[in-house]
Design a protein around this ligand. Structure first.
Ligand code: ADP
Length: 296
């Protein structure tokens, strides 16, 4: 039982500043760090650390960042043998974080932006999966094509619609589960309301929706069954970057493990609650032993 994660991989360049500069201003700092990131890579690491066999599909550049990203993913246990190494630069995210924890981010698509089609070999990898998990940091045409290949092969298709983009009909029709935070849920539904109300609207166009509610927990609604809502564990959050990615990846892993709905939510919530208690994105994603311990 395996998960294929198709998506972006970015070099994250994190610059810590007293405050984020205004236009025309220069601010000095010497606090800079580099790490693996990108929603696709984050989610692949979360699936792999959750203990499910994981294959990552995407593209990195033919540069040092590309090597670092492949090493980071493989180090977490993901199969990276089908990741493309393209001419040019890897995707890069420049993240400025101020003393209050507010951020401003510039993303350069790099190799991710060039991932515009799928080879027959990549399509075969998708067909052999049990779950296909995707996001919106690679071109939407690729996400749409992958969903259609997966659906035709009976693979469960999960899409974390972040960063938010409108969902075309030919993508919606091939989704099994839409994963969104509260903000993205309201945009998808085109209406505000309680999470239950918003979920009901979304169920008009997809068979399942999972809405994450930050510190307030999460809600899973699927057609024909009662919605399941759980609280998040009470923890002190120090950095919520990547909380949604950890949640999505852990949820996909719990799904291929065959856990019932409420257990899948509990597993994903435990993983995300651990992630928010540490700084960083990939570094903060917990492994299976820590998730199991938190659930005891
Ligand atoms: P995103 O990061 O995509 O905006 P959310 O903020 O909804 O998504 O967070 C995703 C999940 O991470 C939540 O459903 C919850 O399980 C967990 N989480 C986020 N913030 C906290 C928090 N402060 N305490 C505990 N869990 C949290």
């Amino acid at each position: 039982m395996s998960v294929v994660v198709l998506g972006s991989a970015n070099l994250d360049v994190v610059i810590a500043l007293q405050r984020i500069p205004s236009p025309g201003e220069t601010v000095l700092t010497d606090t800079i760090s580099r790490g693996c990131g990108g929603k696709g890579a984050n989610q692949a690491v979360a699936v792999a650390r959750s203990g499910a066999p994981t294959t990552f599909l995407g593209a990195v550049g033919n540069d040092d960042a590309g090597r670092m990203l492949l090493d980071g993913l493989a180090g977490a246990g993901a199969d990276v043998s089908a990741v493309r190494r393209t001419d040019g630069s890897s995707g890069t995210a420049y993240v400025m974080v101020d003393a209050q924890g507010e951020n401003a981010i510039v993303v350069i698509g790099g190799a991710n932006a060039g991932y515009t089609d799928l080879t027959e070999a990549e399509a075969d990898i998708i067909r052999r999966a049990d779950v296909l998990l995707m996001q919106f940091e690679v071109p939407i045409e690729t996400v749409t094509a992958a969903a259609s290949i997966a659906r035709a092969a009976g693979v469960q298709v999960m899409l974390n619609a972040a960063p938010y983009a409108e969902l075309p009909a030919d993508l919606l029709e091939n989704l099994d589960l839409l994963i969104v935070n509260e903000h993205e849920a309201a945009l998808s539904a085109g209406t505000q309301g309680t999470p239950e109300e918003v979920a009901t609207v979304i169920l008009g166009s997809v068979p399942g929706v999972l809405i994450t509610l930050g510190a307030a927990g999460s809600l899973l609604a699927t057609r024909g069954t009662e919605p399941v809502r759980i609280n998040a564990p009470h923890v002190t959050a120090v950095d919520t970057t990547g909380a949604g990615d950890t949640f999505s990846g852990a949820y996909a892993a719990a799904t291929v493990e065959g856990l019932p709905a409420v257990e899948r939510l509990r597993f994903a919530s435990a993983a995300a609650a651990l992630a928010v208690q540490e700084r960083g994105a990939v570094d903060a994603i917990p492994d299976r032993a820590r998730i199991d311990e938190a659930l005891r």
